[in-house]
Ligand binder design. Structure first.
Ligand code: ZN
Length: 310
């Protein structure tokens, strides 16, 4: 059976130490993997998620000490939204104020209460109060009470020229269906998927194109249960949509294929297997610098140049 929804979201950040502090301490996510950018091993790749690093909870960053701010535009993810228990909204409003986090007053969207805020790089985030999510597992690290903790992704909002071409890919390849429209936004949902089951498409024809930088989402990855399902998705992209996805790349914790969807957003298809416990015990996820085999012989050199995290 196809497992649908968002697998992970990857964004660009400023200094790694500030990024780690905000996501692990202020938002209370678990650092589930501390590794390097596989294409540039002298820079970090930090993975945050729930206690086990389950698909649908993973937000990853490429932090750079000196990176210009991004500019939001068409062909980009506008908002990355997390789920929180409905009763935790007051807690989070106070917490954002107490930590000096830039935020809006809660608003109703698609019948849900949404608390929008920014991370230290200006990345657009939101907490969505989801009744019933209090029963979902959460990471308890002592920073945020477990009854208020973030329960993985709710979804993302993509800023695209026109909604329809992106909606067709989400429907025909990733198992989403349109469930509502509100104020120029088309809401797509992956049935039966709690975490990362929502993609909102905001049609913003004529708006400037995005410029990647600090605070920008680099790509959104969707789930494939295994290699065979990923291959079927690629086949549909090629045969039905005339797209040319990349070859499969081994990312150690999942296997990935990338393509730019018609709205300009970089999409990835990531396998659920093997997951983050492949090179670290579940209880010690994120505690040691993990390197892919090809960089292991350069560990000393890499450790010497990576910016300090603490
Ligand atoms: Zn990715």
């Amino acid at each position: 059976m196809q497992i649908n929804g968002i697998h992970h979201v990857t964004a660009i950040a400023g200094p790694a130490r500030r990024n780690l502090d905000f996501y692990s301490r202020v938002l209370g996510l678990r650092l589930v993997k501390k590794t390097v950018n596989f294409d540039d091993p002298t820079t970090w790749h930090l993975y945050f998620g729930d206690a086990e690093g389950n698909p649908g909870t993973i937000l990853t960053f490429f932090p750079w000490d000196h990176v210009a701010p991004g500019r939001l535009g068409v062909g980009e993810t506008e908002v990355t939204a997390f789920r929180i228990p409905a009763a935790a909204l007051g807690y989070w409003t106070h917490r954002l104020v107490a930590h000096g986090v830039v935020h809006d007053v809660p608003q109703k969207r698609f019948g849900e209460t949404v608390l929008a805020f920014r991370d230290p790089d200006g990345m657009r985030l939101a907490l969505v109060a989801v009744p019933g999510s209090e029963d979902e597992p959460a990471w308890d690290n002592g920073e945020v009470p477990v009854e208020a903790a973030i329960r993985g992704f709710h979804g993302v909002t993509l800023l695209v020229d026109k909604a329809e071409p992106t909606a067709a890919i989400l429907a025909d390849v990733f198992g989403f269906a349109e469930i509502a429209r509100e104020g120029g936004v088309v809401r797509m949902q992956a049935a039966g998927t709690a975490h990362g089951g929502i993609v909102d498409l905001r049609a913003a024809g004529g708006f400037l194109p995005a410029r990647m930088g600090a605070g920008s989402v680099h790509h959104v990855a969707f789930r494939a249960a295994d290699d065979a399902e990923q291959a079927r998705m690629v086949k549909t992209l090629v045969e039905k949509f005339g797209l040319r996805p990349t070859e499969q790349r081994d990312r150690n914790y999942f296997r990935s294929v990338y393509f730019r969807e018609p709205g300009g957003v970089l999409f990835e298809i990531a396998t659920d297997a093997p997951g983050f416990a492949i090179d670290e015990a579940p209880e010690s996820l994120g505690s040691a610098l993990k390197l892919p085999a090809r960089y292991e012989k350069r560990r000393g050199e890499i450790e010497a140049v990576l910016p300090a995290l603490a």
